[in-house]
Design a protein. Structure first.
Length: 447
């Protein structure tokens, strides 16, 4: 889990889908409804389960959970199929609903598209009230469509800025201790300037440039700039007037100005080796960074562009196939899969944020006073995907079947801005393209 290669780091971050093949979804025909034909069934017998095959430790955790469930009772037998990470979403997309399993894992931003194409059924009737109540609000938000829940995750995600305390102190830079005293964007820029003056090559910031910005990392990592500036990727079904506001354009100009401080980080070691003092990334880098820096590692919120600090959230989730004939058995398995024993095993394996209230409270990393408490604090203030106020922090990526187009166009704009393009023109172009696609597809309405 602490290997340095970029390929492995992306695998560790499967919850964020940095290499998510969302483009495959954009080609889907619109289902246009939620007439799922899931049947309750007897609650006994064999059910098929699909999961993505991420890091070896994650695969082992899910295999162990299935084995334990099968041996704990005799009414339900789970047959698990692991599908390679890079092929997973494409496989679900290409498979007819009638051929999908009873239970399947899916990445958060794909939920609405799978509902739109009638591949997921609501789970509210089939998982227990206790399971639903114990899920964190942020966890529930990414799978809620039209007042129904289509998925729950074992873990969640978050962004922050890792700081090298030794380098920050040496430069005399005062840094935040939590959400209450976060940097403004201007203060963050000022800190970069001070750090640059103390740095041999003037490069003081890592933004995971090697992942590329015209990717899901671009959207996940930097849509918080848009949200924190008071904008949105989509508002009331439109990007124009939400994505390209003057405040968002100004924020993107600030983002663009940071490039001069960025270490390209081609070897993946810019922060761990002390070449930069700050790294804009997520929870998944903690194992590497804590091992490298020890007590010199500090975890800070992203800067505030005026509407409060914001972070992305969302991860892999579990749902019930729309055409299952045994939804009661599927729900029973999900109740066990989403208990604290299995969630703790999974989050120990991948380092992610536990997605239940009780497991989160007991987590050595994320509990109050833990080294990654910031990520839990952020997720405790969920925005959902529409009501992005100053007081909330964790924003769900737009819950719409048109998300693949949104992320493609926004990340392309972000990449071009980082490369020197005019932010206003780039954002307006992206907004027009998104709105044209939504117009062509009747707004991707899900009845």
């Amino acid at each position: 889990m602490i290997a340095i290669s970029r390929r492995h780091r992306r695998t560790v971050a499967t919850g964020l889908a940095l290499a998510l093949p969302l483009a495959a979804l954009a080609a889907c025909g619109g289902g246009g409804g939620t007439d799922a034909s899931a049947e309750a069934g007897s609650g006994t017998g064999t059910i098929k389960v699909w999961a993505h095959q991420g890091a070896a430790s994650e695969a082992a955790a899910i295999q162990s959970a299935v084995k334990s469930f099968n041996s704990s009772q005799s009414k339900i037998k789970v047959e698990l199929t692991l599908i390679p990470d890079n092929d997973y979403t494409k496989t679900i997309t290409a498979t007819e609903a009638s051929k999908l399993p009873d239970v399947m894992e899916f990445d958060g931003p794909t939920a609405a598209n799978f509902v739109y194409n009638k591949k997921l059924a609501p789970i509210d009737t089939y998982v227990s009230a206790a399971t639903m109540a114990n899920a964190t609000d942020a966890n529930k938000a990414q799978g809620e469509i039209g007042g129904k829940h289509y998925g729950l995750g074992m873990f969640d995600s978050g962004l922050g800025i890792y700081g090298n305390k030794k380098l920050l102190d040496a430069a005399g830079v005062k840094y935040p201790t939590g959400l209450a005293d976060d940097w403004t964007a201007a203060e963050f820029t000022a800190a970069l300037k001070v750090l640059k003056a103390k740095d041999s090559d003037g490069k003081t910031l890592d933004v995971q440039e090697g992942n590329g910005f015209a990717t899901e990392w671009g959207t996940y990592g930097f849509a918080p700039v848009v949200w924190s500036a008071g904008g949105s990727l989509l508002k009331d079904g439109k990007a124009e007037g939400a994505l390209d506001t003057p405040a968002v354009v100004s924020a993107m100009k600030t983002f663009q100005s940071w490039k001069t401080y960025v270490d390209p980080n081609t070897d993946g070691n810019a922060f761990a080796k002390g070449r930069v003092a700050l790294s804009w990334v997520g929870h998944w880098m903690y194992p590497i960074y804590s091992k490298a820096l020890g007590d010199d590692l500090v975890v800070l919120p992203l800067p505030d562009f005026g509407n409060g600090p914001k972070t992305g959230q969302g991860s892999w989730a579990w749902g019930i196939g729309a055409d299952t004939k045994n939804a009661k058995a599927a729900g029973a398995f999900l109740d066990t899969l989403l208990d604290d024993t299995n969630i703790t095993a999974m989050t120990t394996a991948n380092g992610a944020v536990p997605a239940t209230k009780t497991a989160l409270a007991k987590s050595e990393l994320y509990k109050q006073g833990g080294p990654l408490q910031l990520f839990a604090d952020q997720l405790a203030k969920p925005c959902g995907d529409t009501d992005i106020t100053k007081s909330c922090v964790a924003v769900t990526r737009p819950i719409t079947a048109g998300y693949p187009v949104i992320t493609a166009k926004f990340s392309e704009a972000l990449s071009s801005v980082y490369g020197g393009a005019d932010p206003k023109s780039a954002l307006e172009k992206a907004a027009r393209a998104i709105d044209q696609d939504f117009s062509d597809n009747a707004g991707y309405q899900i009845p």
